[in-house]
Design a protein around this ligand. Structure first.
Ligand SMILES: Cc1cc2nc3c(=O)[nH]c(=O)nc-3n(C[C@H](O)[C@H](O)[C@H](O)COP(=O)(O)O)c2cc1C
Length: 163
């Protein structure tokens, strides 16, 4: 059984929900760290596996995730690594957003990378965020949902695949 750390940033709760679902499904000891709440960041060297997850807003992952990856690049590259994003697009657009969200070296090193879909909770969004997401959904004919299957597949892979 491995020690796994899940590090995430969530604007309105979708990434947090997915991180907690991974936490529930991954075998062994699992710790979870919310970068937006500035949770105490544990010593990364104590983990065999690390998962990093964030969401896409106007094409970019959160600054907290980018900085975390840049500041811990070598350490992350030496781990069994999983990377995920939440976003509304799927298919090639989502894959491109996933590729752009993390440094190239981490994309190459990761044993599992995926996008889990996205949600829009109108009550949690500002006026501007509602305008942006409504336009995205109308223009893109998007399915607004999180994929439980993708989360389950990710959890199985990070729990079983060895480098
Ligand atoms: C202002 C705004 C901009 C967004 N831009 C994108 C985008 O460029 N591409 C995309 O696929 N999803 C985009 N989304 C969808 C979010 O990635 C999705 O709502 C996700 O579930 C947010 O997760 P979080 O609440 O945990 O941060 C955007 C959402 C908002 C509110």
């Amino acid at each position: 059984m491995d020690n796994t750390l899940i590090v995430f940033a969530s604007n309105h709760g979708t990434v947090e929900k997915c991180a907690r679902e991974l936490f529930r499904q991954i075998e062994g000891k699992v710790d979870i760290c919310n970068l937006k709440r500035r949770d105490f960041l544990p010593d990364l060297s104590g983990y065999e596996a690390i998962i990093v997850g964030g969401s896409i807003h106007s094409g970019k992952i959160q600054e907290e995730i980018s900085s975390f990856c840049d500041e811990n690049l070598e350490m992350l590259a030496s781990k069994r690594l999983g990377l995920f994003i939440n976003c509304l697009y799927s298919g090639k657009k989502a894959q491109k957003q996933l590729d752009d969200a993390f440094p190239e070296i981490l994309n190459r090193k990761a044993v599992v990378r995926d996008y889990f879909g996205g949600e829009v909770d109108q009550l949690k969004l500002s006026f501007w965020e509602r305008v942006v997401t409504t336009r995205m959904i109308e223009e893109g004919d998007l399915v607004v949902a999180v994929s439980k299957e993708r989360i389950a597949r990710f959890a199985t892979t990070i729990s079983t695949v060895n480098e």
